[in-house]
Design a protein around this ligand. Structure first.
Ligand code: SAM
Length: 185
């Protein structure tokens, strides 16, 4: 996507319970304009391999990285270095936050952004370190829905036009059936 880098940081991943929803988070991040998916909690190479296989078939758009110490990583990101020696902006998605459509116009766009999604229990420091605690409605629902709505709004509703590099499979929109071009054939 155009503009500064957008990361998604998934906290508290549990390998036994969360692979499906966390894969969906990464895929929604990829489809809706995130550049990197950062996983904290348990390591899971199998999940990263699955995501890599999607990228090999449908094109490259999302880098995946495991973050061993997410709170240290976040503190550094917001206070010192978002990758280029200057601080970045953290948005924490939480049902306790301010309405996302009101928050988005206030968020600076000239710095890398990390969108933080919680796990089973969110450490209180996430609320303190994030410059924005943002709600997608004030009801509990799904991190996948919250991320999709936030990213779509962040990118002004243009996320679904995203182009992916080196795609082998290209889906042709069709009102009936499946039309897929396989460039290897
Ligand atoms: N029990 C967790 C807690 O202590 O906050 C919440 C679990 S919830 C299923 C997982 C994540 O979904 C949350 O941390 C948040 O990132 C996201 N989420 C759920 N509902 C949300 C909402 N209404 N607005 C924004 N994010 C939401």
């Amino acid at each position: 996507m155009s503009g500064e880098r957008v990361d998604v940081l998934r906290l508290g991943y549990r390998r036994g319970r969360d692979p499906r929803i966390t894969t969906h988070l990464a895929l929604v991040g990829r489809a809706f304009g995130a550049d990197r998916f950062l996983l904290a909690g348990d390591e899971d190479q199998d999940m990263f391999d699955n995501l890599k296989s999607v990228e090999e078939r449908f094109g490259k758009g999302l880098e995946c990285e495991y973050i061993k110490s997410p709170m240290g990583w976040l503190r550094k990101f917001v206070e010192e270095d978002a990758g280029d020696g200057l601080p970045g902006v953290a948005v924490h998605l939480t049902m306790y936050g301010e309405p996302f459509r009101e928050a988005i116009p206030k968020i600076r766009r000239d710095r890398p952004l990390v969108v933080i999604v919680g796990g089973a229990k969110v450490p209180p420091d996430v609320f303190k370190l994030s410059q924005y605690n943002v709600a997608v409605g004030n009801q509990p629902h799904s991190e996948v829905a919250a991320l999709g709505l936030f990213l779509d709004s962040w990118h002004g509703g243009n996320t679904l036009d995203r182009k992916f590099e080196d795609a082998r499979l290209i889906i042709e929109p069709s009102a009936k059936g499946k039309k897929v071009i396989d460039l290897d054939r």
